[in-house]
Every structure is written in C-alpha cells, then in structure tokens.
Design a binder for this molecule. Structure first.
Ligand SMILES: Nc1ncnc2c1ncn2[C@@H]1O[C@H](COP(=O)(O)OP(=O)(O)OP(=O)(O)O)[C@@H](O)[C@H]1O
Ligand SMILES: [Mg+2]
Length: 261
C-alpha cells in the first residue's frame, strides 16, 4: 500500500506520516517512510534516536553518489549525464530503521518536468519513480510541496493521497487546489485529514465545506504534540489521543480501499 501525504505548510503532514508509519509498523507491517522535505524532520517525528539519525543523510545532498550514478557533479548545468541512473540499491543502503519503520531521506525533490534539468533532479526523479514501482508492504511519502510535480507513476501506484488540513478556509483552499491538480493528472483517490481540530463543530465544518473530498478522519489539537517534539519523543508514544485517531484512520483507509478495489 502506498500513501502520499500532502497539504499546506505546517498543517501536520509530518505528524500524520509518522503516526501512520508507526501504526502500520505496530501492526507488524513492513514500513518504508520517505521524507521528501528539503529540511528533513520525519526522523524526529518518528522518535529516531540521535545515533540512528546520524546515519541518515538526504540523497539530494550526496554529491559523490550523484556523481557516481549520473556521471556529473550536482550543480553542473549542461553537459552529459544519465537520465536513468541506477537507484535500486539506494533505499536499503541509505535508509535507517527504528522500531519497524525504515526511513529514507530524499531531500529537496523537484520532480517537475520543467525547471531544473540537472544531475540531482535526474537522480531524485528516478529514485522517486523506483520507490513507487517497488513492492513495499507499506510506503508512506511525506511530501513537502503540493502535487504539481507529480507524474504518471504517482497516479498509477499511489493508493491514497491524504490531504492534511486545519479547520480554516485558507487551509481548505489549498486542499481544493491540490485536489484539482491531482485530478488533472488523473489521481482521484484523495482523502482529507483534519488536524488540530478543537471541537466537533470544527470537524463538521471540514466535512460540510468539502462535499467532494471525503474526510478520512480528524486528529485533535493537543498541546502534548509540541511537547513531544520538545522532548524528542514520537507523538505516537506521547499522545494517546492522536495515536488512537491514527489507528482509526488506518483502519478506515484499508476498508475504503478494499471497497473501491
Ligand atoms: N494535532 C496537533 N495539535 C497540536 N499541534 C500540532 C498538531 N499537529 C501538528 N502540530 C504542530 O504543528 C507544527 C507543524 O506540524 P508538522 O511538522 O507535522 O507539519 P508539516 O505539514 O509537516 O509542516 P511542513 O510543511 O513544515 O513540513 C508542529 O510544531 C507540530 O508540533
Ligand atoms: Mg513536514
């Protein structure tokens, strides 16, 4: 199962990605979590101890590896480099595991067809597509940006795109944009996840405002989330209300995917 998590900046994408990864790992599934943020923070959200975190480095920053695989040094423009470098060994070699969640940090991913045509984007693009083709038990993508950079492979292989929103009109506006961009490329398996929800009214607001985007579930606002971050503990371990909400969401998603299959 492949789940992509998207949404406006700061809404809680990383918090949700970490919670779901740990819910699935706890259920005995093999989970590969991918951090596509230029300044990675999923390791922290997963509560990876610092000695394990120190083994990780975003692929985008591995100049020597990119040179070895593409034939050109990152930062160079023009010249020759391969557009389909070997990447199949990368997920295992450059990831780290903790409590059943394997984590790969990709770094800044500009997957767009337009924009930068450079060795590092060739590398990341190929790696991203490879991850989508792989037969991982559970793949969770913490997407940094919106979905404007997603290609065909995403449409074909992502089982669910979760759009995280706060109960505000502004946040819902971004969700609507994401939905329309996703629909443009043919990706229709989208669900909304409400986060930082403080009351039943706020939950109802989300459902009422987005009749064409089903709400998979909501995560309550909880001061303990920030506390977990400060203490370096996973929200999964520190905030039972969020863990339970994520468990329900994972179950709801499985049953909806079975229904739509
Ligand atoms: N349910 C919640 N209750 C309270 N605070 C929350 C909740 N969820 C997330 N936060 C806080 O909101 C902030 C942003 O969360 P998070 O990093 O998960 O968002 P993000 O969408 O991944 O952000 P970015 O766009 O920067 O990657 C963090 O400080 C986090 O502790
Ligand atoms: Mg994030």
């Amino acid at each position: 199962m492949k789940i992509a998590v998207s949404g406006k900046g700061g809404v809680g994408k990383t918090t949700l990605a970490a919670l779901l990864a740990q819910v699935y790992a706890q259920a005995g599934r093999n989970v590969l979590a991918v951090d596509a943020d230029p300044s990675p923070c999923l390791a922290g959200a997963l509560g990876f101890p610092s000695e394990i975190r120190s083994q990780l480095q975003p692929i985008a920053k591995m100049d020597e590896l990119i040179l070895e695989r593409t034939g050109a040094r990152p930062g160079t423009v023009g010249g020759f480099f391969t557009l389909n470098p070997q990447v199949d060994d990368i997920p295992e070699r450059f990831s780290a595991s903790h409590r059943g969640v394997r984590l790969l940090e990709m770094g800044a991913v500009n997957l767009g067809g337009s924009g930068c045509i450079c060795p590092e984007s060739a590398m990341l693009k190929t790696l991203f597509t490879h991850l989508l083709f792989r037969k991982d038990d559970v793949l969770i993508l913490d997407m940094y940006a919106g979905v404007e950079h997603l290609g065909r492979a995403t449409v074909d292989f992502v089982d669910a795109m979760l759009v995280v929103v706060e109960p505000t009109r502004r946040s819902l506006g971004t969700a609507a944009q994401i939905k329309s961009l996703a629909n443009d490329i043919g990706l229709n398996r989208l669900w909304l996840v409400g986060n930082k929800v403080r009351s039943p009214e706020e939950g109802e607001f989300l459902a009422a405002e987005t009749p064409d985007l089903p709400v998979l579930g909501v995560l309550p606002a909880d001061m303990a989330v920030q506390e977990a971050d400060r203490l370096g503990i996973a929200v999964y371990d520190h905030v039972p209300a969020l863990r339970q909400a994520a468990e329900q969401m994972a179950a709801a998603l499985e049953s909806q995917l079975v229904k739509s299959a």
